[in-house]
Every structure is written in C-alpha cells, then in structure tokens.
Design a protein around this ligand. Sequence first.
Ligand code: FPP
Length: 246
Amino acid sequence: MSLFNKKSDEKSLQVKIPLHLGIIMDGNGRWAQKRMLPRSAGHKAGAQTFRKITRYCSNIGVKYLTVYAFSTENWKRPNEEVSALMNLFKSYLEEALADFKDDSIVVRFIGDKSQFSDELQNLMVKNEESSKDRDGMVLNIAMNYGSRDEIVRAVKIISSKVKSGELNEDDITEDIISSYLYTSGQPDPDLIIRPSGEYRISNFLLWQCAYSEFVIMNKLWPDFTTDDLDEALEIFSKRNRRFGGV
Ligand code: FPP
C-alpha cells in the first residue's frame, strides 16, 4: 500500500491515478529461466503478482484495469506451456478471483472465449455473471485476445448491420467502431505499463491506445511490486498529455 503509506510525502500526493490502466504482464518465462525453473513456474509467480497488483490498483482508485494474460498468438507456444497456463487460469477462475469480491471488483474477459475448453468458458461466464453488479474497479482480463482480431470482429459486425440496413455507412464514426470492441463503453487507457524492458505493444489495445502514455519498466513481471507501480504512476503524472493539441 505504498502510495497511501506515503501520504505525508507531498510528491506522492501529486500522483495522478489513471482512470484506465493497461498492463502487459511480460517476463514470466525469463524470470523462470534465470532460476533454472520451467516456464510454467514463471507464470505461477506471475499470477501471484497479478493478484497483488490488481488489489493495489483497486485500492488506489484505478477504475478500469486491463491485463494481458493470453494473446491470440500464445497458442503457438509448446503444448506443455499452453496446458500449464490453462490449468493456472482454471485454478484462478475457480478460487482466486473470488478474492476480488471483497474489493467489489467487476471481472470481465476480453477476447475470443470460444477457443477455450467448455470448462474454462463456463468459469469465465460464471465470474462475469457473479461480479457484474459490483460497484468497484472493472478488471478486464485479456484472454485469447488480439487487437487485430478484435478489430476484424468489429468490422464484420458493422458490415452485417450495414448490409441489413440497421446502420448507414455514413453513420460509421470512431465512436461506432469503439462501441463494437470488447472494451465498449469503457474509456481508452490513459497509461499502459510494460515490464520486462520490451518496447513493443504486441497486439494489445491497438485502437484504444491511440493517446495512451507508455511506461516501460526494467523488471520482469513476477518481480514487479507496488513500488514499481508507484514509480510508473509518478512518471505518468509528469507527462504532458496533449491529445494532438498544443
Ligand atoms: C508473458 O510472459 C506472459 C504470459 C504469456 C502469461 C501471463 C499470465 C499470467 C501472468 C498468469 C496470470 C493471469 C491470470 C489471469 C490468472 P512471457 O512468457 O512471454 O515471458 P518471456 O517474454 O520472459 O518469455
């Protein structure tokens, strides 16, 4: 709870809390490799960090948090790693997400659920249903998510509506396109954090990040702490956001 513990520190009081924060949870594999452990051990450690950082974000007043857990491209990883990740997701959806009830966190999954096992799909729906009336932070867990895939899906829905006459071509605006993305109705991310030192967006929220600020941190995700998040927020707070203006 470092931001709150430092309340007497004038500098920390000036920290701006993003309305919507995105996190690319990267570096689990390298964390495990450094310790001569299987990559799955890195994902397990990363899942603990996810739990800690999510609760912290909710406590400091982030309203929307989107975490990248599994991309449309991650299926290309070795079977052993994919199945370890699926087991991890399953155990999280069965138990750990229930934790978020105390913080009134609304859990949503963004991405194409249909590629997951029936069991995982049911758990996702169950989590979304049971948390939908809560009034806390919205947690979007991006699973089998790819931003290009999301845009293709939106274009298909919009074109079928134009075809059926439900929508006129001239009515297609940026807001209409946003409204057919998985993040429909949510503000665009103000800040995207990528730990692990990689300078890439990796097919994450491509449409939504048009004016997001980026902070790259040199920490592998399992080692990422609330102090690292505070540091990213301090960097973000000093940015001069102009949204294309002057
Ligand atoms: C990227 O690191 C991380 C992933 C592909 C998986 C992220 C998943 C978790 C943190 C598990 C917890 C999530 C939930 C929702 C329970 P990488 O494997 O690409 O790392 P590397 O770049 O070092 O190889």
